[in-house]
Design a protein around this ligand. Structure first.
Ligand SMILES: *Cc1c(COP(=O)(O)O)cnc(C)c1O
Length: 385
């Protein structure tokens, strides 16, 4: 099973041994009958500890990321929380991207800080800045590539080397790329995280998270802590995500095609002052992205210019554009088949206001879906005016 789509469709998903069901059943059960005390059939006792539908998803994701151990969670944030509990202890320090996902920042800044864990935001695209931010107590470099919402690129292989020298683990939040476009473990990362809510699920109908690692010590800790904390997804949610994964490769190809069309329309538009997309040759991370990603994905951000007569400032124009599209739905989240538009400063990244991670107020973020590209471009051009 070497090909990506073959793994997406078959890994962890052999026909059901009892019925022949081609699709993994939704094992909607909290508990499992035992044949005598301790006599489980296949190791299942209780669904917080293990459930066959969930295990199929975890195995499939591990196969897609090229890791030995997969873990799936009730959300991306619960995957993050469980990983941080296992990998860090009071007194430890971690680096986070200076434009980290707002929810990750909030968890580290507002929740973990109460448990004696300290952090520094750093520009992970700048290796000198990363080295300068390290402390003797740094045990983790948390990275995203591409980042949310500015589409910054981190050189994963180079960061892995910096982390190794510092005796710290490198985590890559691979949500924006998906395992089809990028596999960080192969570049030296220790753990990959996904909000499977996004491209992995791909249909905006389920919230979930995942971790994949080949680090045995970490895997043992994750198994224990996930069962202790209980941040597990239900069998139906696991099944939906597994169903989404089957088409990941074809969806990502189309997301990338459509994003390229949208970017081409935006870069030449008089109302757009800047476009953030790693596929653009002028993007500072373009060469690194081209080296570590298969294609550049479906996420695009841009800055809006104010009204030419000065009646509206850029931030007001950005808000107006977000409300003016008809096909792009104004909503948080990303990675679904339908196109979404949002204003990070007021929506997904509102929690970063006033911090080092604050995002520009004239920024608009697009999750370019897999509709017909002509319709998407027309909608954006009309909204821009
Ligand atoms: C959405 C998202 C998360 C959090 O995942 P949830 O499933 O919403 O809990 C983490 N990282 C990135 C990059 C995200 O986009």
């Amino acid at each position: 099973m070497n090909g990506f789509s073959t793994r997406a469709i078959h890994a962890g998903q052999a026909p059901d041994p009892t019925t022949g069901s081609v699709i993994v059943p939704i094992h909607a059960t909290s508990t499992f009958a035992q044949d005598g005390v301790g006599g489980t059939r296949g190791g299942y006792e209780y669904s917080r500890s293990g459930n066959p539908t969930r295990d199929a998803l975890a195995e499939c994701l591990a196969a897609l990321e090229g890791g030995r151990h997969g873990f799936v969670f009730g959300s991306g944030m619960s995957a993050t929380d469980t990983l941080l509990r296992v990998a860090l202890k009071p007194g430890d320090h971690l680096l986070i991207p200076h434009d980290a996902y707002g929810g990750t920042f909030r968890l580290v800044d507002k929740v973990l800080s109460n448990w004696g864990i300290d952090y520094t935001p750093a520009d992970l695209g700048n290796l000198d800045a990363v080295r300068a931010a390290l402390r003797p107590s740094t045990r983790m470099i948390w990275s995203e590539s591409p980042t949310n919402p500015l589409l910054g690129i981190a050189d994963i292989a180079a960061l892995a080397e910096v982390a190794r020298d510092a005796h710290a683990r490198l985590v890559v939040d691979n949500t924006f790329a998906s395992p089809y476009l990028q596999t960080p473990l192969g570049l030296g990362a220790d753990v990959v995280l996904h909000s499977t809510t996004k491209y992995c699920g791909g249909h905006s109908d389920v919230v979930g998270g995942a971790l994949v690692t080949s680090d045995e010590e970490l895997a043992e800790g994750l198994t224990f802590t996930q069962n202790s904390v209980g941040a597990v997804p239900g069998p139906f949610d696991s099944w939906l995500t597994l169903r989404g994964l089957k088409t990941l490769a074809v969806r990502m190809e189309r997301h990338s095609d459509n994003a390229e069309r949208v970017v081409a329309a935006l870069v030449s538009h008089p109302k757009v002052s800047k476009v953030f997309y790693p596929g653009l040759p002028e993007h500072p991370g373009h060469e690194v992205a081209a080296k570590q990603m298969r294609r550049f994905g479906g996420m695009v951000s841009f800055l809006v210019r104010g009204d030419s007569d000065g009646a509206a400032d850029p931030a007001a124009e950005a808000l107006r554009v977000c409300a003016a599209t008809r096909l792009f739905t104004l909503a948080e989240s990303l990675g679904g088949v339908e196109s979404l538009i949002e204003h990070p400063g007021r929506m997904t990244h509102a929690s970063t206001e006033g911090s080092a991670l604050q995002v520009p107020s004239d920024l608009v973020r697009l999750s370019v879906g897999i509709e017909d590209a002509d319709d998407l471009v027309e909608d954006l051009l009309e909204a821009l005016g």
